[in-house]
Design a protein around this ligand. Structure first.
Ligand code: SAM
Ligand code: SF4
Length: 346
């Protein structure tokens, strides 16, 4: 029998509609970026604790078919270290936004994206494209090998650059580059990274450093803010702001000489919580309504305890009903979540 239910929007207590689901598919990673993981000593999840592809697909289907979610991003940890990633991509890429949804993608396939450090992307870029992945973001904080090693604790700059080329060659559009800027670490490379994006015709998105490093060493002084990043680029390559950001996290600028666009994600200096449309699922199936949430909803227990789709949908709606107005980084009231970035899914 065909199940028929009305598509309802997931609207939080502050009137924001949830449309974007970020799914972490592993807590593991082949890098150890200083702003994310410790060099050693991470306690890894056991394999059986991690959601299976079938479990991920079931939750994603509930979100898309019942709640008008039209965008899914796979992340981690490093999503490419999870075996058979293209198989999962192929399953999720087939999800269609219902005709009755209010999304601009109604009747079309969901927007399926991946965030990766790019180190092994060359090996699977083609397969990911064929499997139906729409978009890809690759992290790159420096163009200097020694600094790359200092930041990621791995010597893989050449592989990442090759991964970026592979993503462009197989035709992902857009390819975006994520660069976390840290004072005294890579703030001297803002221009070099912007030039890299201009030359490769990809959008570089500078990310303000957030207090989600596993070692808890984040300090406000380490953050290089949006205004400084934009001024640094604008001095050499004049920019004009691209209007409405909507729910996307990046503010964007256009190069006046026509060499594309550049973005900044100003999570610390200009939080965009008022427009946030995101929810998150950790690798072990904990549903979170904010990167900085201190509460989670255990969907894995429901999946493995024979809960119906109706019951899971009700729990997701209940969770969204607790979404707060925004994080309070920089205020005395701010409480760091227990999880660090790789354990949440950035
Ligand atoms: N491993 C993949 C990668 O690095 O692209 C995906 C997961 S990673 C947690 C997702 C994004 O979060 C990356 O672009 C990374 O640079 C960013 N990130 C990690 N820790 C961060 C922090 N403390 N502040 C800001 N961005 C951070
Ligand atoms: Fe791994 Fe990404 Fe975290 Fe770096 S930022 S340690 S690549 S999960």
């Amino acid at each position: 029998m065909l199940n028929v239910w009305a598509v309802v929007q997931l609207i939080d207590p502050f009137g924001r509609t949830v449309r974007d689901l970020r799914i972490s598919i592993t807590d593991r990673c082949n890098f150890r970026c200083t702003y994310c993981m410790p060099e050693e000593g991470m306690a890894w999840l056991d394999r059986k604790e991690i959601l299976t592809f079938e479990e991920i697909e079931r939750l994603a289907t509930i979100c898309v078919q019942r709640f008008d979610v039209d965008s899914i991003r796979l992340t981690g940890g490093e999503p490419t270290v999870r075996a058979h990633l293209p198989v999962l991509v192929e399953k999720l890429a087939q999800l269609k936004v219902p005709n009755t949804a209010q999304s601009p993608l109604a009747g079309k396939n969901i927007d399926l994206a991946l965030t990766t450090n790019g180190a092994t992307l060359r090996l699977i870029a083609d397969e990911l494209k064929s499997a139906g992945l729409s978009r890809i973001n690759i992290s790159l904080d420096t163009l200097k090998s020694e600094k790359f090693f200092k930041i990621t604790r791995r010597d893989h700059l050449a592989n990442v650059l090759d991964g970026i080329d592979a993503a462009i060659q197989v035709g992902f559009a857009p390819v975006k580059i994520n660069a976390v800027v840290q004072r005294g670490v890579n703030d001297d490379e803002i221009l070099a990274l912007a030039s890299f994006g201009r030359n490769k015709k990809v959008e570089v998105r500078f990310i303000e450093f957030m207090p989600l490093d596993a070692q808890g060493q984040w300090q406000r002084n380490d953050v290089v803010g949006q205004d400084e990043i934009v001024a640094t680029i604008n001095n050499v390559y004049p920019l004009e702001q691209v209007a409405a950001r909507g729910a996307a996290p990046a503010d964007r600028w256009r190069y006046l000489d026509g060499a594309g666009t550049v973005g900044v994600i100003p999570s610390v200096t200009k939080p965009f919580c008022g427009d946030c449309d995101r929810v998150r699922l950790t690798a072990e199936g904990q549903f979170r309504t904010c990167l900085f949430s201190t509460t989670e909803f255990d969907l894995r227990a429901m999946l493995r305890g024979d809960a119906t789709d109706d019951a899971i949908a009700a729990e997701i709606a209940r969770a969204v009903g607790t979404k707060w107005a925004g994080h309070a980084i920089g205020n005395v009231t701010f409480v760091r979540p227990k999880r660090s970035m790789s354990q949440i899914g950035g």
